[in-house]
Write a protein that binds this ligand. Structure first.
Ligand code: ADP
Ligand code: MG
Ligand code: MG
Length: 209
């Protein structure tokens, strides 16, 4: 794979900017059907990652993903901290010792999303970040299987993430805090689906630049 961890500072900076830019909207979503702290939770993690960004950029991808996952788990808090942390640690585990290419990264991401499902005891259709992560994982695997050119794979990834986020609007939440509100959750996009969409689109934009 031609992308190296030297991209990590730029990736972390761009994700941070995106979350700051959209903070008002994400917070409003978590206030509507959660407890309103999703941006604060994410910002704790991003501040910790910003402080480590040059150090992490010296590692190889699996070691960097492991460190990112541990940092996210210990700094973010909330349901999203352990879930996003699990995602990165599981990616690291799956990728360790392998040649990294589109196929093995797609496989590692798919296994990581399985780990998130397991950790959250949840699946697609429950109005969570998984409604973005699961279709993105499937898209990456399908695109890798047909050797789709990288630029097309990345462009399509953004659209899949946005469609996944939008799909949560009319869902009934059955996991996390939002599940306490039952039918009142319909009509609101899930905050974690929005943050994962934003993170994925920001990462893709850096990789396409
Ligand atoms: P908390 O709900 O503890 O305040 P956050 O606000 O940081 O944590 O994160 C909430 C987001 O986490 C939700 O919007 C949802 O996307 C995701 N989430 C919560 N519980 C689960 C779960 N069991 N499985 C998958 N995602 C979940
Ligand atoms: Mg919350
Ligand atoms: Mg909370």
């Amino acid at each position: 794979m031609s992308f190296t961890p030297s991209l990590l500072p730029k990736l972390i900076e761009t994700v941070t900017e995106t979350i700051i830019k959209n903070a008002g909207e994400i917070t409003a979503l978590d206030q509507a059907i959660g407890d309103g702290d999703h941006v604060t939770n994410l910002q704790r993690g991003l501040t910790a990652l910003m402080a480590q960004r040059s150090e992490i950029s010296q590692l190889d991808w699996p070691a960097a993903w492991q460190k990112i996952g541990m940092t996210v788990m210990t700094s973010v808090g909330g349901a999203s901290g352990s879930l996003y942390g699990t995602l990165f640690v599981a990616m690291s585990k799956s990728a360790a010792g392998k040649d990294l290419n589109v196929q093995s990264v797609a496989e590692a991401f798919a296994q990581a999303v399985e780990a998130v499902k397991h950790r959250g005891k949840s699946d697609v259709g429950e109005k969570t970040m998984l409604d973005v992560l699961v279709p993105v994982a499937k898209h990456l695997q399908d695109a890798a299987a047909v050797s789709l050119p990288l630029s097309a794979l990345l462009e399509q990834t953004k659209q899949v993430a946005i469609t996944g986020m939008e799909s949560t609007r009319d869902m009934l939440a059955t996991k996390g805090r939002a599940s306490f509100l039952g039918e009142r959750t319909r009509g609101h996009i899930d905050a974690g689906a929005m943050s994962s969409q934003l993170v994925i689109c920001a990462l893709v934009d850096v990789l396409l630049a």
